[in-house]
Design a binder for this molecule. Structure first.
Ligand code: 5GP
Ligand code: ZN
Length: 119
């Protein structure tokens, strides 16, 4: 398994267990935990154990990681039956996207009818 950590990255520290988190899912490649500032009744962050800084870097450096992440999301949402009522996946890139943690992650939002706001 390809795995690279960034020693200053908060999500790498969560993956290694150096910072506590409420983990809800784990497999060989991917971890998911509750967002510390939930924006919906269910707000989880899916992160690959291989550090890359955003989705464009992931696609360039390690494209399989994207498939690993979506496979984990599919597995989790089916097991928890979140696909019955549906959910939303978001990833942010850069300043205008509002990215604040530079370790590629997908937000999973669910648990209510989500409002759609562009800004
Ligand atoms: P971004 O803004 O980069 O798309 O998303 C980063 C997310 O990480 C934010 O929603 C923020 O609440 C969450 N977050 C930041 N630091 C921590 C932390 O230490 N623990 C957890 N569980 N979530 C965090
Ligand atoms: Zn990282």
């Amino acid at each position: 398994m390809k795995q690279h950590f960034d020693e200053h990255c908060i999500f790498c520290k969560i993956i290694k267990g150096e910072i506590p988190s409420q983990k809800v899912y784990e497999d060989e490649q991917v971890t998911a935990f509750k967002d510390i500032h939930p924006a919906a009744p269910i707000h989880l962050l899916f992160v690959h154990k291989n550090h890359t800084q955003d989705i464009n870097h992931t696609l360039a450096e390690s494209p399989q990681d994207i498939l690993d992440l979506f496979a984990a999301i599919k597995s989790y949402t089916q097991k928890e039956r979140l696909d019955d009522r549906g959910f939303r996946i978001i990833t942010n890139l850069g300043v205008d996207g509002g990215q604040s943690v530079f370790h590629t992650h997908f937000h999973l939002l669910a648990g209510k009818k989500l409002p759609f706001q562009l800004a």
